[in-house]
Design a protein around this ligand. Structure first.
Ligand code: FAD
Length: 318
């Protein structure tokens, strides 16, 4: 089933979903199942699986020179989606990027997803690779997420890149897109970011999942501003608990979001690692409770391989 159908079926009741990362190359899928199993009692209607581009690493050769090798550390997004759907009978949402894909490769990936009866995709641009200063699309690839949304939408209408295909099978993907309550870091200002978000929805985006935030005011303001410009699709809040002290720096650095003063102070003065975790969990519980009281469609947790923490939060909410 599509994510928007799950939301409609929820009839205004807040649902629970989460996002997982594929295991590191060389690890077994069992590690994924072990993480998902404890959360299944809360009946998530869908589970997202992230996509990770290739990175370059440098291997020292016998000659002393370094060899640059491209590797994907976490391959397997589509395979994991299929395995999740098969094992748990819940819908999986693969993340699909512009970065690293030509439009033809995207089309082929979508054909595979369609054959696997995967009805959902989260359409994203992706980030610049670590050694690049800005995002560089592939030659004949999609530049912005909106271009990817348009490509998927075209396939939903039966159009393929190869114009020789007539009466092509129409796919029926539900398309999610990303939204940034605190603005995407590259956007010159919030209004322009919102303008481009609206473009993604007008192009065929069915719902929005937000970047993580630690102050619900950011989410509520964001929803209000979206509605004011005519973005009327469901907006799913993305949540992540702080569990380690170093995240006070790494989260703002990597995700360009603010940590509220009260949370930063509490984490900063916690007596040990266990106390930090308790503070982060409690903060996330309070955020979740307030969002649920405001009837958000779904609470979507960035699990990052730590289902025990997410379970603690979710069992005090659902
Ligand atoms: P876009 O919507 O294309 O926006 C990127 C920037 O370009 C923004 O600043 C926007 O304002 C601007 N812009 C958009 N359209 C135009 C235009 N037509 N002209 C000029 N400027 C424009 N990354 C991964 O690698 N793998 C994942 O699995 C993954 N999952 C994610 C899940 C969620 C819920 C979120 C919020 C992010 C995720 N990301 C993931 C990170 C994401 O790829 C980055 O945040 C990326 O920098 C932007 O992606 P986007 O789809 O929002 O891009």
């Amino acid at each position: 089933m599509k994510v928007i159908e799950h939301i409609e079926n929820g009839k205004g009741k807040t649902q629970f979903s989460f996002e997982i990362l594929p295991p590191l190359k060389g690890k077994n899928i069992q590690t994924i199942f072990e993480n998902i199993d404890p959360l299944m009692e809360f009946k998530p209607p869908f589970i997202d699986v992230t996509y990770h581009r290739e990175e370059f690493i440098y291997n020292k050769r016998d000659s002393g020179y370094y060899e640059k090798i491209a590797i994907r550390k976490r391959p397997g997004t589509v395979g994991i989606c299929a395995a999740i759907m098969h094992r748990y009978k819940v819908d999986a949402v693969p993340h699909l990027l512009c970065g690293g894909f030509t439009k033809n490769e995207t089309e082929n990936a979508l054909i595979d997803l369609n054959f696997l009866n995967i009805k959902n995709v989260l359409a994203l641009r992706g980030d610049a690779r670590p050694f690049e200063k800005k995002f560089i699309p592939e030659e004949f690839g999609n530049t912005y997420a909106v271009d990817l949304v348009r490509q998927i939408k075209k396939m939903n209408e039966g159009y393929y890149l190869d114009s020789n295909i007539v009466n092509g099978n129409s796919t029926d993907f539900c398309i999610g897109v990303a939204g940034y309550p605190e603005k995407h870091f590259e956007a010159p200002n919030f209004d322009m970011d919102l303008h481009y978000l609206k473009e993604k929805i007008d192009a065929g985006g069915d719902y929005i999942v937000t970047q993580m935030f630690f102050d619900n005011k950011h989410y509520f303001d964001f929803v209000e501003k979206c509605r004011a410009v005519g973005i009327n699709v469901p907006i799913i809040p993305g949540l992540k608990p702080i569990t380690k002290a170093y995240q006070l720096q790494s989260i703002p650095r990597n995700f360009y979001v603010d940590i509220p003063n009260d949370l930063a102070k509490a984490v900063g003065s916690a007596k040990d690692a266990a106390a930090v975790k308790e503070i982060g969990i409690e903060w996330c519980i309070q955020q979740s409770k307030e969002l649920k009281a405001n009837n958000v469609p779904c609470l979507h947790y960035y699990m990052m391989g730590d289902s025990k923490t997410i379970k603690r939060i979710v069992e005090s909410i659902f």
